[in-house]
Design a protein around this ligand. Structure first.
Ligand SMILES: Cc1cc2nc3c(=O)[nH]c(=O)nc-3n(C[C@H](O)[C@H](O)[C@H](O)COP(=O)(O)O)c2cc1C
Ligand SMILES: CCCCCCC(=O)C(=O)O
Length: 376
């Protein structure tokens, strides 16, 4: 029985080609950050309030003009057809049914126009949350602009610009497995270049990209822009100054620079840096409803999930992703109730306890300073 995100991971592993399972689960280099993301959530403790007389609870949020029935977003993940023949169409239908914002990856294996149609059709009797579109800014600005226009025309309500990828992270599992390209028959639909008879270009991850490119993007679109992958508080301040409307506090699920901190550990500092001026979406290691509560309590406006969506899609296609989103909603609702909260606005940092780090051990050979300041 599929009761937890972990169950989805185990079930997906039995269905997936092991090379593809590694592509999804893997991260950069020693995968220290991959593990850190989940471990950091596990280390945090919740301190609930009692006797609050709360009855109706609502998980709803409005984020940069997008209304959603859950604070759990689908972070952008590439190549859904690798794990399910319907690919992003299945994911979009499930997200629409759950009223969850789906961030379409620029590296999707279905075009954004078709994804948007699937979401609209699936959400017809409900209230589908809008799609957002993720972008790697390409040095070829004409191509980038055309893609922004396409996503906008398809109805995407925000742009999520991934900024943590001046080069690709060292995905050592993929290198060992020889997984260097999509299998025949699959392609990144958005990289087909109309100026070159539909030839599919590689996605450029370019160290040339700078704040000037963001300024350029700000000038060509009125959609809200979120920057995904800002980790340094000074960059968060710069992002606000350059007109970003939101941040996705993300370390790319540990797939770019290994050994960066867990995102949940960085959240209080990032929240302080932006001072509530723009919303923060956090992703990386969110696996439980209690993780959602912890992130929102520490200042996130919403959270994103990456790998769990791929596992659910591999396990059960559209139905699998629907079940995943439902189980996270149930867990989140139960955690809210147990915290004595009615909704996201009742959550604050007073509900979270972090373990004390304790004093760092002295460097080998360094003089030890005693608590009274004396040097031994
Ligand atoms: C298989 C896979 C593909 C991904 N593709 C993209 C992508 O195309 N663009 C992007 O910005 N991030 C991508 N990411 C990163 C996710 O958006 C997200 O930051 C990360 O998965 C969150 O961590 P989690 O997997 O622990 O939930 C990908 C992650 C995975 C696992
Ligand atoms: C060269 C294609 C890269 C697609 C982007 C996928 C991604 O971000 C990942 O983490 O994997």
């Amino acid at each position: 029985m599929l009761m937890t995100v972990q169950d989805f991971e185990a079930a997906a592993r039995t269905r997936l080609d092991p090379v593809h399972a590694d592509f999804i689960a893997g991260g950069a280099a020693d995968e220290i950050t991959v593990r850190a993301n989940e471990e950091a959530f596990r280390r945090l403790r919740l301190l609930p309030r009692v006797l609050r007389g709360s009855t109706a609870r609502t998980p709803e949020i409005t984020l940069l003009g997008s209304r959603a029935r859950t604070p759990v977003l689908l972070s952008p993940t590439a190549f859904h057809k690798l794990v399910c023949s319907e690919g992003e169409l299945a994911t979009a239908r499930a997200a629409a049914a759950a009223g969850a914002i789906m961030i379409v990856s620029m590296a999707s294996t279905v075009a954004v126009e078709a994804i948007a149609r699937a979401a609209r059709d699936a959400g017809a009797d409900g209230d589908p949350a809008p799609l957002w579109f993720q972008l790697y800014l390409q040095p070829d600005l004409e191509f980038t602009e055309a893609l922004v226009r396409r996503a906008t025309a398809a109805g995407c309500a925000a742009l999520v610009v991934t900024v943590d990828s001046p080069v690709r992270g060292a995905h050592e599992r993929d290198l060992r497995n020889g997984f260097l390209d999509l299998p025949d028959g699959l392609r990144c639909e958005h990289m087909a270049d109309p100026r070159q008879d539909g030839r599919v270009r590689p996605i450029a991850m370019s160290p040339e990209i700078s704040w000037e490119h963001l300024d350029w993007l700000r000038g060509i679109t009125s959609l809200p822009i979120l920057l995904k992958g800002v980790l340094h508080p000074e960059d968060a301040r710069l992002a606000v100054r350059h007109g970003a409307d939101g941040l996705v506090l993300s370390n790319h699920g540990g797939r770019q620079l290994d050994t960066v901190p867990a995102t949940i550990e960085l959240l209080p500092e990032m929240y302080a840096a932006v001072g509530g001026r723009v919303p923060i979406v956090l992703d990386g290691g969110v696996r439980r409803g209690t993780d959602v509560v912890k992130a929102l309590a520490l200042g996130a406006s919403a959270v994103g999930i990456g790998r769990p969506v791929m596992w659910a899609l591999a396990e059960g296609g559209e139905k699998g992703v629907r079940r995943l989103l439902e189980l996270l909603r149930e867990e989140f609702d139960q955690a809210l109730a147990l915290c004595g909260a009615r909704g996201v606005t009742d959550l604050g940092p007073d509900l979270v306890r972090a373990p004390a780090w304790g004093p760092a051990p002295p460097f080998p050979g360094a003089e030890a300073v005693r608590p009274d300041g004396a040097v031994s």
